[in-house]
Design a protein around this ligand. Structure first.
Ligand code: NAP
Length: 223
């Protein structure tokens, strides 16, 4: 499979690129700065310069052309409301439009768990982030792409356990970036898992089994 990753040098992105290349997939990783090209190359993926803000929809479509799937795990990472709107918001819309133009139907988006931040005092920046993420989800759901939206709980950098809970509605919790990457790696290779929004936390079920459970329990998803 040829996978195009947006946010490939990020915390989830570089873990996912490593897993995908290890299983023999061909991965193109989009990056903004030269240092990120080295991070991406170290995963075995092919670095390609690109920027969700500077690139047009046509620019992105040209980059996506010939790939089988796109994974979007980019984000402004607390660099300001304007950046959040341009990257997590408009950036996602541009990428989804570009995927359609390029004929790449499979599109996996890393979004956010709706219960995030409930345990602390909120800020305007965080409220904006949550609004932008929801609007981006809604935009992708409104396309005819074979989308899959994953809403992880609070991301952690401890080594992955390989054990998760995944479902349409689950209790809020943390989840390790390693395990989010492992989940996307398996999900990308289960094409029946599409047009669904999944919440994801750490748990007690091996990643591959968690995906099969979601498929089994859904009356709308077909194997
Ligand atoms: N933190 C949490 O607890 C949490 C929980 C749930 C969901 N999430 C979401 O999970 C997603 C992935 O998380 P993560 O830890 O992997 O994030 P991350 O480490 O911040 O990675 C994000 C990547 O996006 C890239 N990026 C930013 N702006 C870009 C642009 N204009 N064009 C192209 N690439 C751009 C970044 O590159 P640069 O280095 O150039 O900026 C970086 O490589 C984020 O969208 C985040 O909102 C986070």
């Amino acid at each position: 499979m040829k996978v195009f990753q947006i946010g490939a040098a990020g915390g989830i992105g570089r873990r996912l690129a490593t897993l995908l290349t290890a299983r023999g997939d061909e991965v193109t990783g989009m990056h903004r700065g030269p240092a990120q090209a080295e991070v991406i190359a170290a995963t075995g993926a092919i670095p390609l310069h690109g920027d969700l803000i500077a690139d047009s929809v046509d620019d992105l479509a040209a980059k996506f052309h010939g790939h089988d799937a796109i994974v979007f795990s980019a984000g402004a990472h607390g660099t300001g409301m304007d950046q959040t709107s341009l990257i997590d918001g408009r950036g996602l819309e541009k990428a989804a439009d570009a995927a359609r133009f390029a004929g790449v139907a499979r599109f996996v988006l890393v979004s956010v768990f709706p219960d995030a931040g409930r345990d602390r005092e909120t800020t305007p920046g965080f409220e904006n982030y949550m609004r932008v993420k929801k609007t981006a989800d809604a935009y992708l759901v409104g396309t005819d792409l074979d989308w899959l939206i994953i809403r992880p709980g609070t991301l952690r950098d401890e080594p992955g356990s390989g054990l998760v809970t995944a479902g349409l509605a689950i209790e809020y919790g943390d989840v390790r970036r390693d395990d989010v990457a492992a989940f996307i790696d398996v999900a990308l290779h289960r094409p029946a898992l599409n047009r669904v929004i999944l919440e994801l936390t750490e748990g007690h079920t091996p990643v591959a089994d968690a995906i099969e459970l979601v498929l089994e329990r859904s009356t709308t998803l077909r194997r």
